[in-house]
Design a protein around this ligand. Sequence first.
Ligand code: FMN
Length: 380
Amino acid sequence: MRALLIIQLQSFKDMTKVIDTGVFIPVGNHGWIHSINSPAVEDGSFQRVLEVTKGAEGLGFDFVLSPSIWRGRKGPSEHWMRSLESLTTTAALLQATDRISVFGTVHMTIYPPAVVAKIMTTLDQIGPGRVGLNLVTGSSYLDLSHVGLWRDGLDHNERYDLADEWIQVVKRLWTEDIVSHKGRFYELTEATMGPKPSHLPPLANAGASERGFKFAVQNCDIAFLSGSDDPKYKADAIRAKQTARSMGKADLKVYGLVTLIAGETDKDAKDRKDHFDEGVDIECLDDIALGYNLNPNIKDVSPTSLRLAAGREKRSAVAPGAFVGSYASLAKRIAQVVIDYELDGIILIVPDYVNDLEAVAKKTLVRMSEYGVSCRLGGA
Ligand SMILES: Cc1cc2nc3c(=O)[nH]c(=O)nc-3n(C[C@H](O)[C@H](O)[C@H](O)COP(=O)(O)O)c2cc1C
């Protein structure tokens, strides 16, 4: 009888889907809550981000990802008016940790590929085998233009054409002794770069458009998508895996970006969201939307970005599709999305990256195993 039970438990465990877990770290003040009521502890300082990352490592998260932010928003909350540069933050976090992977982010339209190739080989020496790279092309005109970093003359698809060439050059510099290249965007003559990275850094991209996703499939190891149990996000996720398979990249990992507003009870969680919404920074939301709308080629902006901008104009301080609920109820909902959407991982946004992260790690993510999904967080 006991042997049968053990076999049954073992086969249940075998059926469990194991996913990667990561944290979208708040390198800009207020993180991703657009409200004067968002927790003041998220001040965008390096000390706070260090505390968050060490906490995430202690809890057993697989990775943190630091985004690339160039502009603060108008409005009373002063959202992202104080932010850190992504790659230097990545360097310091790698030095300060032992196990967790740290992804930095670059706008490929800003940096020449050789510069990032060399930065990444240096980061690989600081945290061998633990550095990853999130590649973005930038779709908010205002975010980049105000510091003179908007790349004029390239439409949305051409920015991804540049990205294709950019990453090919980087990969060659990481793997070949001498690189000569003459393309539409870059020219290198007998370029040498050493040492080579100990491991090829995992590459990620969050292209919401067809073209962006194609870039991810062809060039990256991970594609980020919006993760929510709102049905309108499901089609994107299903399409992602199907496209990856049809392009011969069945091993592409798809991670869902998940915003969690959690509490002991559903009511506690809803009250927290209501509190954030009471202080919603409308001027900030309008400013974010304006950033996309001012794109000289508005048809460039992917439907998801417009959906985000439009959703925020409905005056909620949190991203549309956020999971709001008790720790226990969220475990079931997230596990369901992971299974239904065929996700390989999740990356989290929470209001308070120390207290909330610990609570959702211990009371939500670990409990997903009851619903067929497990992760490497303590106790799972
Ligand atoms: C997890 C995640 C991380 C992202 N990080 C950044 C970032 O650091 N900087 C940025 O400008 N855009 C970032 N984005 C936006 C995407 O790169 C992308 O521009 C957007 O999803 C629109 O897709 P498209 O380029 O295919 O139109 C991120 C999106 C996600 C889901």
